[in-house]
Design a protein around this ligand. Structure first.
Ligand SMILES: Nc1ncnc2c1ncn2[C@@H]1O[C@H](COP(=O)(O)OP(=O)(O)OP(=O)(O)O)[C@@H](O)[C@H]1O
Ligand SMILES: O=P(O)(O)OC[C@H]1O[C@](O)(CO)[C@@H](O)[C@@H]1O
Ligand SMILES: [Mg+2]
Length: 319
């Protein structure tokens, strides 16, 4: 392959720029040209791409966000949009594509593979919701941010003997809530994967109060409900002075952690190696400390695995 393209799609994730830089540098070393597609699949549909200058891509490596821009592009889900995307790829003589994003992005990549475009997927999503891999780029940085923010929230909650319902990202997958709650020893945890009810939650907080706990952190994944609606109900039912704190987009930005930077760099190199060998239709992942790759169709068919053991550990810490 002599000419490839790279895009970032879906929600941005810390580490995307490191993956981009790594793709550009390693492809350049192999004598390949790399086109950077702007705004995810929209850039393919609207033919917005430019040759990536290796020095520019390298300069952005440790920053958050994505220098190519990203988009949730509904048109890529239509036959018409997909055909336009393939036409752009053919027009520029692009022989292979690297897509960096989450499950939705990989669905788009799967479609392009079906049209004969060799594509490699790098998992870049703070959600950590891809079943075939233990790890996705951005998850570690976001977890660090949540733990830092929650620690600050706890300072003021403890001072005022308050309960805080802290809402974290994760529309369909509760991993950010689950892992941060475990790291923080949160007093309660609410996830989209597990049934919950407000009465049991309030009883739990009351039990903890009877045991001397006068302040609590309830970690809630956004997919399980709204902190702003739950907080007043807890206040009414328990008498605890309760506040809601929605962490929001602060969770998605920021300098990537060294773990994300390292993993992104390794995955970028591997993606180029595969394309250089003429191998496409694969998605990269992490198993133990190794970078692994799977057939894209098989990977996307794998059922989600919920970490019940970690959930029970959190439940048991403040029974
Ligand atoms: N079935 C599909 N066919 C073609 N393209 C798709 C499909 N599903 C999603 N896409 C494309 O991938 C883009 C990104 O998907 P989505 O918005 O679900 O984010 P994601 O990649 O899962 O990342 P994150 O969940 O971290 O935000 C969509 O906006 C759309 O352009
Ligand atoms: O508001 P946006 O940009 O669509 O993103 C929100 C969603 O994206 C994610 O942050 C993943 O990037 C989800 O956790 C969240 O539900
Ligand atoms: Mg997703």
């Amino acid at each position: 392959m002599k000419r490839i393209a790279v895009l970032t799609s879906g929600g941005d994730a810390p580490g995307m720029n490191a993956a981009l830089g790594s793709v550009v540098r390693s492809a350049t070393q192999k004598g390949m040209e790399v086109f950077g597609v702007e705004q995810g699949y929209l850039g393919l549909i609207e033919d917005r791409m430019q040759l990536m200058e290796p020095m520019r891509a390298t300069g952005m490596v440790t920053s958050g966000g994505t220098l190519l821009g990203t988009m949730r592009c509904g048109e890529m889900k239509t036959e018409e949009g997909r055909l336009k995307a393939v036409e752009t790829i053919r027009k520029h003589g692009i022989e292979g594509l690297v897509t960096i994003g989450g499950d939705g992005t990989f669905r788009g990549a799967e479609v392009l593979c079906g049209y004969g475009v060799p594509t490699i997927g790098i998992p870049g999503t703070i959600d950590n919701d891809l079943a075939y891999t233990q790890y996705t780029l951005g998850f570690d940085t976001t977890l660090n941010t949540i733990v830092r923010m929650a620690t600050q929230i706890r300072d003021t909650m403890a001072s005022h003997e308050r309960v805080c319902v802290m809402e974290v990202m994760g529309r369909h997958c509760g991993d950010l809530a689950l892992y941060s709650a475990a790291a923080l020893h949160a007093e309660a945890l609410i996830l989209p994967e597990m049934p919950w009810d407000v009465d049991s939650l309030c009883q739990r907080l009351e039990r903890q109060r009877a045991n001397g706990r006068r302040s609590a952190l309830v970690v809630m994944a956004e997919g399980a409900g709204k902190a702003t609606e739950l907080a007043p109900v807890i206040m009414e039912k328990t008498g605890f002075d309760t506040r809601a704190s929605v962490l929001g987009y602060v969770q998605r930005g920021g300098q990537p952690s060294p773990r994300d930077l390292l993993m992104a760099t390794r995955m970028g190199v591997r993606a180029v190696e595969l394309l250089h060998q003429g191998i496409g239709n694969r998605v990269l992942g992490q198993c133990q400390e190794e970078i692994v790759d799977f057939d894209i169709n098989e990977a996307l068919d794998m059922p989600a695995v919920f970490n019940k053991e970690l959930y029970e550990l959190v439940q048991g810490l403040w029974a």
